[in-house]
Design a protein around this ligand. Structure first.
Ligand code: ADP
Length: 289
């Protein structure tokens, strides 16, 4: 049997298909844009085309992410916190802390050895420390997202970036460029600033090894290096890290399709997460999960 997970993120929509062994057989990405329904359908159809399958070949679909209730073909919706936990423990069974940096929010999630959420916190009110902050820096420097990470690694020193606001950081970068700072040094500072905020978020939930880094920003080698050097430890980064939430959703779909709702741990995981102390401490936590 084939099942699907569709993660409708604020910036990117991800769809994966998994077989009955839980193996990913197809994956697809599309920009979310203004039309959430269209984005979900587009990603789903792209994944079907990649696998050479039709819609009716898919036995069960779980939607997750901020637009999950708009996934029209979804059989069920599960919070992205639960789906990230499910995906991360499947990709790296030793995972205890998950850092997910997406387009417009950053999440830190602590899980136990069974993949159950123990605590989480989110930064989603403000774009500081998210992919949007990096995109703003890339735009000012007229560079692509693929190039900023490697460029930051070539810096001789890390320039301190004081602004955390996406709007003001653009002016700060322009200022630094005018003063003769190198693009590499500025980018190293931007990455260090996001790494610092992300580590703060992880400390709120209790940072435990192993740490698995997910979300679109985990594709950025400069971000991985900046986090690893500050934390003085290696992070788990899977080639499918941006699809982690969709993979978790698909694995929930597989459980439901094979065992019914008994196999669903989403409810308990979500309530455990919502009850955690750090959930309340975050700028915008719990409710968005
Ligand atoms: P969401 O689920 O919040 O919509 P994702 O986790 O899919 O977001 O991440 C999307 C973000 O990932 C983009 O906004 C972008 O900042 C970042 N991103 C995507 N590709 C790359 C890349 N190659 N290098 C660096 N960042 C990337």
């Amino acid at each position: 049997m084939i099942v699907a997970g569709v993660d409708v993120g604020s910036t990117a929509t991800k769809a994966v298909l998994v077989d009955d062994n839980g193996k990913v057989v197809a994956r697809a990405l599309s920009d979310t844009g203004a039309n959430v329904v269209r984005a979900a359908e587009k990603a789903f159809r792209k994944a079907l085309a990649e696998a050479g399958l039709e819609e009716w070949d898919v036995g069960y679909t779980v939607g997750t992410g901020y637009g999950r209730y708009k996934v029209p073909f979804g059989n069920a919706q599960i919070t992205e916190i639960s789906c990230h936990a499910k995906g991360a423990i499947a990709l790296f069974p030793g995972t205890r802390t998950i850092l997910d940096i997406g387009g417009q929010d950053t999440k830190a999630i602590r899980i136990n050895e069974r993949g159950e959420v123990q605590d989480f916190c989110m930064n989603d009110k403000c774009a500081a420390g998210t992919g949007r902050f990096l995109s703003a820096a890339a735009d000012v420097m007229e560079m692509s997202l693929d190039d900023i990470g490697p460029a930051s690694l070539r810096a001789a020193k890390i320039l301190k970036i004081t602004n955390v606001c996406t709007v003001f950081v653009e002016a700060e970068i322009m200022n630094q460029l005018a003063r003769g700072a190198s693009v590499e040094e500025i980018l190293a500072g931007v990455h260090a600033s996001i790494a610092g905020r992300s580590i703060g978020l992880m400390r709120r939930v209790g940072l435990e090894d192993e740490i698995t880094f997910t979300g679109g920003v985990s594709r950025n080698s400069g971000m991985v290096a900046s986090l690893e050097s500050r934390l003085e430890r290696r992070l788990n980064v899977h080639p499918d890290a941006q699809f982690n939430g969709a993979i978790g959703a698909a694995l929930f779909a597989l459980e439901r399709a094979t065992h019914g709702h008994d196999g669903d741990t989403a409810g308990s995981a979500a309530s455990a997460a919502g009850a955690g102390p750090a959930a309340g401490a975050a700028p915008a936590a719990g409710g968005a999960a």
